[in-house]
Design a protein around this ligand. Structure first.
Ligand SMILES: [Zn+2]
Length: 164
């Protein structure tokens, strides 16, 4: 963001609400708050104790992640996550539980992550995604950012419940 979306003047660094932010250099009063954007994500359990990981277009060939997406206006997070799974993978899913809220600092997002079970035949949304892989749950390893901590919590919960 370089220019004020209200009046077109240059944005400058200043203080608003007790923090440094970009403010309009003219008198229109615009503040770029840069609040985090809500996102939904899912650990998609699939056949034979596997989890579906996806690869967005443009990602390196060894990067895979959870299905994630933005909410539509007026949509509840649990509707949004099931819609995103259907759109991206073609699978029909049902929510097992909501794992928690995770902050993706680098992308300024708050991710609501669900554990779901899915059925059907995988049909990848080839406009958005370039690959998927089925990872046996016992080979799943969390990564240190974004949705990775949700994977860690999911694995810990699962291990705990298998012991009970
Ligand atoms: Zn302005």
């Amino acid at each position: 963001m370089n220019y004020c979306p209200q009046c077109g003047n240059v944005l400058v660094v200043g203080v608003a609400g007790g923090r440094e932010r970009l403010l309009c250099s003219a008198a229109c009063g615009y503040v770029y708050w840069n609040n985090p954007l809500p996102v939904v994500g899912a650990i998609v359990e699939y056949e034979n104790d596997t989890v579906v990981l996806i690869q967005n277009r443009g990602w390196p060939a060894d990067w895979f992640g959870l299905v994630t997406g933005f909410l539509e206006a007026g949509e509840q997070p649990d509707q949004a996550v099931l819609r995103e799974i259907k759109e991206e993978t073609g699978l029909d899913a049902e929510i097992v539980e909501r794992l928690g809220l995770y902050t993706f600092y680098q992308r300024n997002e708050i991710i609501v992550v669900y554990h779901v079970r899915a059925r059907g035949e995988i049909q990848l949304d080839e406009e958005e995604l370039q690959a998927y892989k089925l990872v046996p749950i016992k080979e799943l390893k969390p990564w240190p950012f974004g949705t990775g901590p949700a994977v860690r919590d999911y694995l810990e919960l699962r291990l705990h419940r298998l012991k009970d």
